[in-house]
Design a protein around this ligand. Structure first.
Ligand code: GLC
Length: 456
């Protein structure tokens, strides 16, 4: 009995401690936060761009880690980096056509190479045959298309001499190596100096390129031979970030989960669409690749189909979140032909159907999802969107219990009216009755046809 009591007290104490631990770093009100996040939540769709020296080996952006390549061996990619076909205006046009409202570029990935002209390193694009600040060109081109600007910046750095060797470093030791060995290989490496470098570079990025809309920091892996908030000095870093760019939106990979306001959005990575339902009610963006790798990977064959990509986009919106879809440009500076083809197909679909994505979220509970379909909803216009993943063979769509709630139905891609199977007036259907829509025998010429229901 005594034991049980003690246990209960401990649980209570633990409970209070957990609650009390959710400290705040800033005094932004919920309304202010909502205003800061609004454009991003309305946008729903962004482009990720992973581009760096790893485009040359063309076998994953983690190649230096995976193959345990030393910085000396990696140098050849730096010496040869010459993206002679780089035309950021073309990238921006492709992103815009696909309906992407923001773009996040890797200014530095884990390999440590900087696409921008940093004062604090020589390991940057300006010193390669590219000879210029590629971040600046990206910013100018995307801003000119009205696309919001995001910077990805890797907290990890496999090139910096002061970044200590840890369990994800290319020069890591085997799991069972004695501690003394770790100490030995890290002798002379000083994280204090690395932190200074990290702060300086983030400051450069948030000072020299005008308004930056998103900062995507990547990533923390606390624990044995890992790194987390104390290694990055995350609390001071986020304060510095918000001071330099008060309106900026920051991801959740700084390891600041103990704070109420240490992050703006969650980042479920490469998850299946069916798992996204559990993020409802949170603020989130799922990051996804076309093919499995983020950096250009020539021999990657598992490219997602057009329908799978639409599934990700529609299911993200249908669960109240964003999708950021990644392109890994080649070392010549172009989008891979497979990525361009996929973007073109998204562009075609978005052209006629983006109304079911922008400003949309999940449908009110009273609307059940028809078989083989997914719902999104625009709360401002009060329109409900039915995405037909399976076009019914019967050419009939049963909207269970929708009677009395709908005033008009049309196909979204061409605004052509949809009638009920007996041509009865949709707006006079009895409350709570089923409405059976008659669909055209010719399936609309889009990958996933969308029905727009105007609610009463
Ligand atoms: C991961 C990987 C990385 C990629 C990122 C995108 O954390 O380390 O290569 O940049 O996720 O979400």
């Amino acid at each position: 009995m005594k034991k049980v009591l003690i246990a209960m007290v401990c649980i209570c104490l633990a409970g209070t401690t957990v609650l009390a631990q959710k400290k705040r770093l800033f005094n932004e009100t919920p309304v202010q936060k909502q205003q800061r996040m609004q454009w991003w939540e309305d946008a729903r769709f962004g482009m990720f761009i992973h581009w760096g020296l790893y485009a040359l080996p063309a076998r994953h952006e983690w190649v230096k880690n995976r193959e345990r390549i030393t910085t000396e061996q990696y140098q050849k990619y730096f010496d040869l980096f010459n993206p002679d076909l780089f035309e950021p205006k073309k990238w921006a046009k492709e992103a815009k056509a696909a309906g992407m409202k923001y773009a996040v570029l890797t200014t530095k990935h884990h390999e440590g190479f900087c696409l921008f002209d940093s004062k604090y390193t020589d390991y940057k694009a300006t010193n390669t045959p590219a000879k210029r600040d590629l971040v600046r060109e990206f910013v100018d081109a995307f801003r000119a298309e009205g696309i919001k600007i995001g910077f990805y910046y890797s907290l990890i750095d496999w090139h910096h001499p002061d970044f200590t060797i840890d369990r994800v470093h290319p020069q890591r030791l085997d799991e069972n190596a004695p501690e003394a060995e770790w100490e030995k290989i890290n002798k002379g490496r000083d994280m204090t100096k690395y932190r200074e470098y990290l702060f300086n570079q983030v400051t450069e990025l948030l000072t020299n390129y005008g308004k930056i809309d998103i900062l995507w920091l990547d990533f923390s892996y606390p624990g044995k031979h890992g790194k987390g908030k104390d290694d990055w000095n995350s609390v001071a870093l986020i304060k510095q970030i918000r001071k330099l760019q008060p309106g900026i939106i920051v991801d959740n990979r700084l390891d600041l989960g103990d704070y109420e306001d240490g992050e703006d959005f969650e980042t479920p990575e490469q998850v299946k669409p069916t798992t996204l339902v559990k993020y409802r009610g949170k603020t989130w963006e799922t990051c996804q690749t076309f093919s499995g790798s983020w950096g250009y990977y020539r021999d990657e064959h598992s490219w997602k189909s057009d329908k799978q990509l639409l599934d990700l986009l529609i299911t993200s919106t249908a669960n109240g979140g964003n999708l950021i879809l990644n392109v890994g440009p080649t070392a010549r500076g172009e989008f891979d032909y497979r990525a361009t083809r996929a973007l073109d197909s998204l562009a075609l679909w978005m052209h006629g159907n983006n109304r079911s994505i922008y400003n949309c979220t999940y449908a009110p509970d009273e609307f059940s999802e028809p078989d083989g379909a997914r719902l999104t909803y625009n709360p401002q216009t009060k329109r409900l969107y039915v995405h037909l993943f399976d076009y019914p063979y019967s050419r009939q769509l049963v909207l269970k219990g929708y009677g009395g709630k709908i005033s008009y139905a049309q196909l979204l891609n061409d605004a052509s009216e949809l009638r009920t199977i007996d041509n009865s007036a949709i707006d006079s259907a009895a409350t709570g009755s089923d409405i059976i829509l008659s669909l055209p025998a010719d399936r609309p010429p889009v990958e996933v046809p969308v029905i727009e229901l105007i609610l009463k």
